[in-house]
Design a protein around this ligand. Structure first.
Ligand code: GLV
Ligand code: MN
Ligand code: MN
Ligand code: MN
Length: 406
């Protein structure tokens, strides 16, 4: 395979899409029909290539080339196949298809490895359907997941999981939770502007920020827009807007590097002539220091829970937390040496995006390789990477896996 083919495979998988009217980009939310079709395709490619394929209870697929002499030692690569709503074509998928390509290249050029080579296609990373992130890698590494949690349509994770995973049982697929690898390398697009702005070709990831996600609920009183006096309203939307404005200022004061995003906002009843009675909105906040995240979380509670108006209440609930994570320094040094040897212009950087690597790093030696994102855009339909940069990432990954597994 070549990266031209990688692009074609990405195109083929991204054709499996379920956009509603007016939507653009990629929708591959975990356990949806498009997610099932994409994961089936990846499993089938593994079977066609003669790999040993396993699917776990959460629908993560493991495509193995068993090692000749030390099969119990597993050198793994991979990423996730789910997307955010209206996401891009490479977030997650590049690491899965790039990993598949690296394994094929190694098999073609060098035959069977001494240690087992494994491609992992994680079921879910984004937290864009259920109120939990990284469920694929968390399951693999033995963390428990709340199976009763529900998506916005009221479907439980457990029901969605069972229905979807039963459809991945293609002939030849094994079922168990494979042992953890001795190393994990994740290839990913950078999703930010640093590499492209500095004309760099490769990023080697030192650490990943910690992130916390919250939902704030504001309850007022729905009432008539024309008859309720302006000084006697319990307008939940007006309160939500004031809270967001204050919280944003507080976030800047805590640390200018702290990111603060309100990405989801629901107004009820959401009708032009009714004063809003209820608003729910999310906050996503990230920083490389847990102390900064702790400090902001404390302020968030104070700001939201201090009463501001007699008939309005507000509350905050944290539903996702992942800690700031250092990645493996020796693995980074190896990749740095390879990048230098190949003449790739590279930089070492911290990741502001979350990745399965931060979960894997808790259990195994883990590293990440970034390639540039055009215009620094990601989590959006315009997300893209040049053919040459896709190729450089796969070349580096291939050599890195070669040094580890042969
Ligand atoms: C997931 O990609 C995230 O960083 O939010
Ligand atoms: Mn990703
Ligand atoms: Mn993402
Ligand atoms: Mn991510």
């Amino acid at each position: 395979m070549t990266t031209t083919q990688l692009n074609q495979l990405a195109h083929r998988l991204n054709q499996i899409n379920d956009l509603s009217k007016g939507e653009v980009g990629q929708n591959r939310l975990v356990y949806s029909p498009t997610w099932i079709a994409a994961q089936q395709q990846i499993i089938q490619w593994g079977l066609d290539l003669g790999f040993q394929v396993t699917v776990d209870d959460f629908g993560t697929a493991y495509l193995d080339i068993p090692g000749k002499t030390n099969p119990e030692q597993v050198i793994a690569t991979g990423s996730h196949i789910d997307t955010v709503k209206q996401g891009g074509r490479f977030d997650g998928l590049y690491g899965v298809l790039g990993g598949l390509e690296a394994l094929e290249r190694l098999l073609d050029a060098d035959g069977k490895p001494s240690k087992t080579l494994r491609l992992i296609s994680f079921s879910e990373e984004e937290g864009s359907r259920f109120p939990e992130t990284f469920t694929g890698s968390k399951h693999y590494t033995g963390q428990s997941i709340n199976l009763a949690m529900r998506d916005p349509d009221g479907i439980s994770f457990e029901a969605a999981r069972q229905a979807a995973v039963s459809k991945l049982d293609l002939p030849g697929v094994n079922h168990n939770l494979p042992a953890l690898p001795v190393t994990f390398t994740e290839l990913h697009i950078e999703q930010g502007p640093r590499l492209i702005d500095h004309h760099l070709q490769i990023g080697l990831v030192t650490s990943i920020v910690g992130q916390r996600r919250f939902t704030v609920t504001v309850k007022g009183i729905a009432n008539h827009a024309g008859t309720t006096p302006m000084n006697d309203r319990a307008d939940a939307l007006q309160m939500a807007v004031d809270l967001i404005s204050d919280l944003r200022k507080n976030a800047r004061q805590v640390d200018p590097q702290l990111t603060f995003t309100v990405g989801e906002f629901h107004v009820s009843p959401n009708t032009s002539n009714v004063i809003p009675g209820r608003v729910d909105f999310t906050i996503d906040t990230r920083h490389e220091k847990e102390t900064v995240l702790d400090q902001f979380e404390q302020i968030l509670h104070q700001v939201v829970e201090t009463p501001r108006a007699s008939k309005i209440t507000s509350s905050v609930n944290r539903w996702a937390k992942s800690d700031a994570t250092q990645l493996d320094q020796a693995m980074l040094a190896r990749n740095q040496a390879i990048a230098d040897h190949l003449g790739f212009r590279s930089s070492q950087l911290a990741s502001g995006a979350g990745h399965d690597s931060q979960i894997m790093a808790q259990m195994t030696r883990t590293t990440m390789i970034f390639v540039p994102s055009i215009n620094g855009i990601s989590h959006a339909p315009e997300e893209n990477t040049s053919q040459a940069d896709l190729e450089r990432g796969v070349t580096l990954l291939t050599e890195s896996l070669h040094q580890q597994a042969y």
